[in-house]
Design a protein around this ligand. Structure first.
Ligand code: SAH
Length: 213
């Protein structure tokens, strides 16, 4: 598969759709217009890639809906040079968006098969992340901590303590918390290391898996 003008046209339409759904961060919209999402999906979904929908990837997992990716990224307030940790690499789409926005991206995936295909697919579209890890997101990635921003892209039953610890002061953590439905939580660590928490609507994610195989 290639990236063509037709795909670019579909991406521009998707951006217009996200603006209607009140995504306002111009840098997020520019990133969505840039990343060839269809090249990160199974080829069967080539022409579905730019609908605002979640789609299956391997191992029973999903690539998040573009609106959800845009919404979480907007909450993070990404600036070029931000050091960002992502939990749940999946297809690599969210990581690619953060990368083209100028973030230094560290990402963790718990399923080996997905970790390997995301690596290959990102390479194919010319994206090289700072670090891709195969491991357990509940533990974060202490080796490279602290992070300016942390994003969790699977449904967490609670906010893992390790992630709060690995956040810089002034940093932002965006995480969907809950069982069947999740509440999108934003945790900001202030200068005194106090956590300020707010809620930003209801979403549905695949569950964050507990134990590494
Ligand atoms: N950010 C992804 C969304 C993938 S869905 C994208 O843009 O495509 C959530 C992903 O989280 C799945 O790939 C799943 O395997 C992974 N995941 C689930 N539990 C995890 C854990 N404990 N640690 C790391 N990744 C996990």
């Amino acid at each position: 598969m290639r990236d063509t003008l037709k795909h670019q046209g579909l991406r521009n339409k998707l951006v217009q759709n996200l603006i209607k759904k009140s995504i306002t961060d111009k840098n997020v919209l520019k990133a969505i217009a840039k990343i060839p999402r269809h090249l990160l999906l199974d080829s069967a979904f080539e022409y579905h890639a730019y609908q605002d929908k979640a789609f299956p990837i391997a191992a029973g997992q999903t690539i998040s809906q573009p609106y959800t990716v845009a919404f979480q990224t907007q909450l993070l307030q990404i600036k070029p040079g931000d050091k960002v940790l992502e939990i749940g690499t999946g297809s690599g789409y969210q990581a690619a968006i953060l990368n083209v926005m100028g973030a230094e991206v560290y990402t963790i995936e718990r399923i080996k098969e997905l970790y390997l295909t995301a690596k290959q697919n990102l390479e194919k579209i010319g994206i090289r992340l700072k670090h891709m890890a195969y491991g357990d997101g509940y533990k974060g990635l202490p080796l490279y901590a602290p992070y300016d921003k942390i994003i969790v892209t699977a449904a967490a039953p609670y906010v893992p303590e390790a992630l709060v610890t690995q956040l810089k002061s002034g940093g932002r953590l965006v995480i969907p918390v809950g069982d069947d439905l999740q509440e999108m939580k934003l945790l900001i660590k202030d200068e005194n290391e106090q956590i300020i928490e707010s809620s930003h609507g209801t979403f549905v994610f695949v569950p964050m898996l507990q134990n590494k195989d």
